[in-house]
Design a protein around this ligand. Structure first.
Ligand code: CU
Length: 221
């Protein structure tokens, strides 16, 4: 574990290596055929979204020190419309020029599921960042760290699921630019069945939510 706040150099190196991995895999996706289900992918939580289907990069099993997770592309999930809405959606603003963090920020809000079936959110994407992860905050070695949440977020039938600082949240990774107070950032969530739901997040100034990021955490679907 390392603290991005205390070690900006490590954060920059992490961001650079993630950027390299993402641009490699994105350019591969753009120039080649759609990757095969089960083939290797670079970044857990990365999404390929077309008009017809969605594919999510995730691990077949949880990541452990002795057995690093193998990341693979999931199956092509047919596109449909998710039966979800969100209340109080906001994102923490970040000025990339003055930030000592990597180019990442958190988004929060409450999912509302009006249907009679639970909905599981497994991935998300936005044009404002190279990829998006669904994070949880846990305590490890006495420190608060954030990492990908195994299995994503489940919104119970006729229920809600809250994302808030210091707990489950949506993380924008490798932001393409600063997020200024008042900006609206559009995020599309993908459920386990491939249903999608796009939500605007209003950017505002917030000083908390500074957990250390554990980059070795991976998501399983
Ligand atoms: Cu996070």
């Amino acid at each position: 574990m390392f603290s991005l706040k205390k070690r900006p150099i490590a954060a920059v190196a992490l961001a650079a290596s993630l950027a390299a991995m993402v641009s490699l895999s994105l350019s591969t996706a753009a120039h080649a055929a759609t990757p095969k289900t089960g083939s290797a992918c670079a970044v857990s939580g990365q999404v390929i979204a077309t008009a017809k289907f969605t594919m999510v990069c995730s691990a077949a099993s949880a990541n452990t020190p002795s057995q690093p997770a193998k990341l693979t592309w999931g199956k092509q999930l047919p596109v449909s419309k998710a039966n979800l809405v969100m209340a109080d959606a906001w994102v923490k603003s970040i000025d990339l020029k003055s930030s000592t963090w990597g180019p990442m920020t958190g988004a929060f809000g409450t999912f509302v599921n009006p249907s009679s079936k639970p909905v599981r959110i497994v991935a998300a994407y936005t044009s404002s960042a190279e990829f998006v992860q669904l994070h949880e905050v846990v305590t490890a070695d006495g420190k608060m760290i954030m990492q990908q949440k195994q299995g994503g977020f489940t919104v119970p039938a006729k229920g809600t699921k809250q994302m808030k600082p210091g707990a489950d949240h949506t993380m924008f990774m490798n932001l393409k630019g600063s997020v200024n107070p008042g900006d609206l950032i559009y995020v599309t969530y993908v459920t386990s069945t491939g249903a999608r739901f796009t939500q605007p997040f209003l950017a505002k100034v917030y000083s908390g939510g500074n957990e250390t990021y554990n980059p070795s955490g991976t998501s399983t679907m």
